[in-house]
Design a protein around this ligand. Structure first.
Ligand SMILES: NC(=O)C1=CN([C@@H]2O[C@H](COP(=O)(O)OP(=O)(O)OC[C@H]3O[C@@H](n4cnc5c(N)ncnc54)[C@H](O)[C@@H]3O)[C@@H](O)[C@H]2O)C=CC1
Ligand SMILES: O=C(O)C(=O)Cc1ccc(O)cc1
Length: 367
């Protein structure tokens, strides 16, 4: 008997999960989405085996239900599913970026057939919708699980088994600690990225040429400001208290930084920047890939000519080094091409470094 899994919400995250789980023969994928075009695409591309536009019909046959809609919609779906009469036990999980408000509702569900286990795959992109869904999106990423108070280990193992094809690394956290960590490492940076873009936009009124100077640094730090505004408003709203506290801390820190600048405190400023650099560089030593992508990087200074990138990629392929991410750093646009390659582990990084150097490429591991 196949394991029947319903994915409700087949956008970037739900679509990616369905694509990954569909790789396992044992899994049978059911799709539900408000958007009929999305369902049609999912069927056409065989991401799901059958589709429904009625939630109850879709949920009734499923043993596992993954809710992958926006957070506020997910809460509505949880309450709707709580009303369904099931003739078997069902595990419900979600993918929401905030866990506190989800688990509060989950712990209040009354349906005896339901076991709720919160979930948050810690990888994504600034894109949305089923077209952006990728089977490999969660490979090596952290996948946080937040079980409800009454949940058994067996149920957690059952869910993990269904999600195994995502090839992510599962960890169990309390909702509170999850929300505190993600507010620091994921949610708050979005707010700051958007504010930096606003600052540049204002200054463009003074210097019309300013966008032309927006080089690699500005683009790197503001990339996430291009994400879906509705989704991020929803995340901020559900993690509002923690975000507000962080913002106050940040404002205090900016006041201190302003003092360093106004007093021209050379030592204090170097020390501030140095501590940040050391901590940021150290993040690369972690073995798993979290929300921060591409830890094992190699920088190749390639000439801006046809076939230059292909020759680097080809060389690594001959040694079976698989490239996780590839990017041209815009800071060198029109001068040389600085290519950043990200590989899976330190061994591959060393191997790629030696290989490229032996083939006369200008290569570094530090940017
Ligand atoms: N985008 C990202 O990088 C990440 C997002 N998340 C979380 O994943 C969830 C979904 O985000 P994305 O996939 O990026 O959004 P998306 O916009 O790509 O997909 C959402 C899908 O849900 C559908 N939907 C909306 N309301 C619905 C409802 N009531 N019933 C059924 N389907 C409904 C939409 O039609 C759409 O297909 C959010 O809760 C977000 O917090 C988690 C990790 C990463
Ligand atoms: O693109 C990025 O860097 C992200 O920030 C992706 C992301 C978005 C939301 C999440 O809850 C987890 C990861």
């Amino acid at each position: 008997m196949k394991r029947k899994i319903l994915v409700a919400g087949l956008g970037l995250i739900g679509g990616s999960l369905a694509k990954a789980m569909q790789q396992e023969d044992e899994n049978y994928l059911i799709g539900y989405d408000l958007n009929e075009e999305t369902l049609q695409i999912a069927l056409n591309e065989k991401i799901i085996d059958e589709s429904y536009t009625d939630l109850e019909e879709a949920a009734k046959g499923a043993e596992i239900i993954i809710l992958a809609a926006p957070i506020s919609e997910t809460i509505k779906l949880m309450k709707q599913i709580d009303q369904i009469v099931f003739d078997h036990d069902v595990i419900i999980s979600d993918v929401s970026s905030v866990k506190g408000s989800i688990l509060k509702v989950a712990n209040e569900l009354t349906n005896k057939r339901i076991t709720f286990i919160g979930g948050h795959p810690m990888a994504g992109s600034h894109k949305a919708g089923i077209y952006a869904a990728r089977e490999h999106l969660f490979e090596n990423a952290i996948y946080v699980l937040t079980p409800t108070n009454s949940c058994s280990n067996e149920k957690v193992d059952e869910l993990k088994k269904a999600l195994q094809p995502t090839k992510s690394n599962f960890i169990i956290l309390q909702p509170e600690e999850h929300d505190e960590m993600t507010s620091v490492i994921s949610h708050f940076p979005h707010l700051i990225a958007s504010s930096l873009v606003h600052q540049a936009r204002k200054w463009e009124q003074v210097h019309h040429y300013l966008p032309e100077l927006a080089a690699g640094g500005f683009r790197d730090i503001t990339r996430i400001a291009s994400s879906n505004p509705k989704m991020w408003q929803d995340i901020f709203a559900h993690n509002g208290n923690k975000m507000s506290r962080l913002l106050q801390d940040w404002i205090n820190e900016m006041v201190t930084l302003k003092e360093f600048l106004d007093k021209n405190s050379k030592e204090e400023m170097i020390s501030y920047l140095d501590q940040a650099k050391k901590y940021r560089d150290g993040l690369g030593e972690k073995k798993t890939r979290g929300a921060l992508p591409s830890f094992y990087d190699i920088y190749v200074d390639i000439k801006d000519q046809p076939g230059a990138i292909a020759s680097v990629v080809q060389l690594l392929a001959t040694e079976n080094i698989s490239i996780r991410n590839i990017r041209i750093l815009e800071i060198r646009d029109n001068i040389h091409g600085a290519l950043r390659l990200s590989v899976l582990n330190q061994a591959d990084q060393q191997k790629a470094f030696a290989l490229l150097q032996n083939n006369h490429f200008d290569v570094t591991i530090e940017p």
